[in-house]
Design a protein around this ligand. Structure first.
Ligand code: SAH
Length: 329
């Protein structure tokens, strides 16, 4: 049986009319109405009986049932109570029993998933030893950056992400050093994953149509690249803060960032090991250089490393920069 063969434009319009409400643009409610694309996303996820799927933005449950038919378990999160109601109905009708449908904001803050989400995922992963995690979703564009970068930061056994996101965000994820799009998100993701673009999507595959183009992207973790980073938490914080002042000379930025742990000469000592031009900026450095630079500073700090965390954790709402919501307006 093919679940929910009916997430079409007319079906959704009828559904909203019957329930007397409209999609909310502020929540990124643009539903996939092209069944070929839903099918494509699900096929690319290559789901099997070991897979726990995280879907963020259940919407009407249009994709959730497809995922549930192929995975061991699905944890699907929907912030909007009304949409959560519609998704629950769709799931009840499909007979899928392996879906945990949560009605909450998927994020606690820019750097953390909500506790409910963490608990549900960990419970599903613990159910059998071989279980592993995949993110498969038509993501709400407002939170695509924190969702993807936070998942990369976790220690969960995640093996794949296949997601629809805003086109510009896909460009930032894949950007090369020295380009306009290259930033903390590019470095954070490329330092640990293979990022690939699977498909470009025009606005017509969604209802209502967004004002932007979209992309289906695939991220796969690269254990070698991950293993090359001495302290991923430190590296995360390092690039977030360094790129916050991307146009400034990186030496000055670093001196400010680590004023409590390292003197200027100590920072220069670390920098000396790199063939960097005087006045170089973060945006000029490739990913491998940034990884080695962070590791060098980390090592030089020795036991003072704990103090770096004090600064790092002072703003739970400042995450890796990607795109903010205004771009989807
Ligand atoms: N997957 C569905 C819906 C995609 S639209 C489909 O393709 O048809 C994105 C959905 O994410 C919307 O239903 C929106 O309400 C929900 N959403 C937006 N912000 C969210 C958040 N912070 N946490 C969880 N869900 C969110």
């Amino acid at each position: 049986m093919r679940p929910l063969d009916r997430q079409t434009r007319s079906h959704l319009m009828h559904l909203f009319q019957t329930h007397g409400f409209h999609p909310r643009t502020d929540l990124g409610q643009n539903f996939l109405i092209d069944l070929n694309i839903i099918d494509f996303v699900v096929r690319q996820a290559d789901l099997g009986p070991q897979d726990v799927v995280l879907e963020i933005g259940a919407g009407t449950g249009g994709m959730t049932t497809f995922l549930a038919h192929e995975a061991a378990a699905v944890v699907s999160v929907e912030i909007d109570r009304r949409m959560h109601g519609l998704a629950s109905e769709a799931l009840a009708g499909s007979g899928c029993k392996n879906v945990t449908l949560l009605n909450c904001d998927a994020l606690k803050n820019k750097n953390r998933f909500a506790v409910e989400v963490v608990d549900a995922i960990e419970q599903q992963l613990a159910a059998e030893p071989q279980r592993r995690l995949k993110l498969v979703a038509n993501l709400p564009y407002c939170i695509a950056t924190p969702v993807i970068s936070n998942l990369v930061a976790t220690e969960w056994p995640w093996v794949l992400m296949v997601a629809t996101i805003q086109w510009e965000l896909a460009e930032r994820m894949r950007a090369a050093p020295g380009t306009h799009d290259y930033g903390s998100l590019s470095v954070w993701l490329q330092s640990q994953c293979a990022v690939s673009l699977l498909k470009k999507l025009g606005p017509t595959v969604f209802w209502p149509r967004p004002n932007v183009e979209s992309a289906v992207v695939r991220l796969a973790p690269d254990s070698e690249r991950r293993g090359a980073i001495a302290d991923r938490q430190f590296f995360h914080d390092f690039i977030r803060r360094l790129f916050h002042q991307r146009r400034k000379a990186a030496r000055n930025v670093l001196t400010g960032m680590y004023r409590k742990q390292l003197s200027k000469p100590a920072i220069d000592d670390v920098l000396q090991g790199f063939a960097l031009k005087p006045g170089f900026r973060a945006e000029d450095c490739d990913v491998a250089t940034l990884v080695r630079l962070a590791d060098g500073l980390h090592k030089a700090m020795g036991p003072l490393i704990g103090l770096a965390g004090e600064d790092a954790n002072d703003d739970a709402n400042s995450g890796i920069e990607g795109l903010d919501c205004r771009m989807t307006d």
